[in-house]
Ligand binder design. Sequence first.
Ligand SMILES: CC(C)(COP(=O)(O)OP(=O)(O)OC[C@H]1O[C@@H](n2cnc3c(N)ncnc32)[C@H](O)[C@@H]1OP(=O)(O)O)[C@@H](O)C(=O)NCCC(=O)NCCS
Length: 245
Amino acid sequence: MSCYSFATLRKSPALLSLTATERHVTLIWKVGVMITAEKPTRTPRHIQTERGCVTICGPVEGADILRYQMDEGLCAFRLPKEQQEALAEIARLPEGQVILALHDEQIIGYVTFHRPEEFERWAHDQVPGMLELGAIETSKRWRGLHIGRHLLEVAFGEGALEPYVIIATEYYWHWDLKGAGLSVWEYQKFLESLFNRVGLRRVGTDEPDILAHPANMLMARVGRLVPQESVLLFEESLYQNRWMF
Ligand SMILES: CC(C)(COP(=O)(O)OP(=O)(O)OC[C@H]1O[C@@H](n2cnc3c(N)ncnc32)[C@H](O)[C@@H]1OP(=O)(O)O)[C@@H](O)C(=O)NCCC(=O)NCCS
């Protein structure tokens, strides 16, 4: 079923549970109706930039990710080739999604989503229906041309992420402060406002890695199709060391 069909059902209080396999999201409704959706493919977006036409599309299959060239300016987290392999791995994960920005068969940007890692407090078993925005990157050569903004808009568009609580754990040691020429606080502000555009908001937590530096942030967005039970579990998961206060 397409993501548009979700929209017609989104106000129903009858959602009982949400589970997912590699290719499908399954919503079980209290009324006994079961609805299955594929990892929803977004409508590709073509944008004109001063450096040429860029297409934003996805989720892209792992094998297809490996067929493209990787722009050498995609090196914020790993060497470009290693990052390309990491992207292909994420695409193969259950519920893993990789949205790409492409120019002339070359990957110039991406945003990824995957289930929270098992070692994190937001591991899938604890809060069902949760996805982590793992990374967003635009090639150094293509920054400031709104590629990042379009990547997020396409990823969050068409209701595709409404069944999920999306989190983004932002640690300042991952940020390209030097490349951006920004202070840690300026970078924090710029990322927060970029993520705000698609409804991700900063939330409080006592998660130790987030607390490790005041610039670190946890950002979250609760989709309109997330069952109330999952919202409560998520809210409970934010603070687990209440005895400290
Ligand atoms: C974060 C990142 C993906 C943004 O990509 P981008 O394609 O350059 O972003 P955009 O051009 O869409 O800019 C988005 C907004 O941020 C602003 N912005 C972009 N670069 C900026 C900078 N260096 N300083 C201040 N503002 C900046 C833009 O003006 C734009 O705002 P607007 O829409 O109001 O005009 C890119 O900087 C990057 O790859 N950084 C390294 C990896 C990283 O830090 N990822 C985030 C943590 S996972």
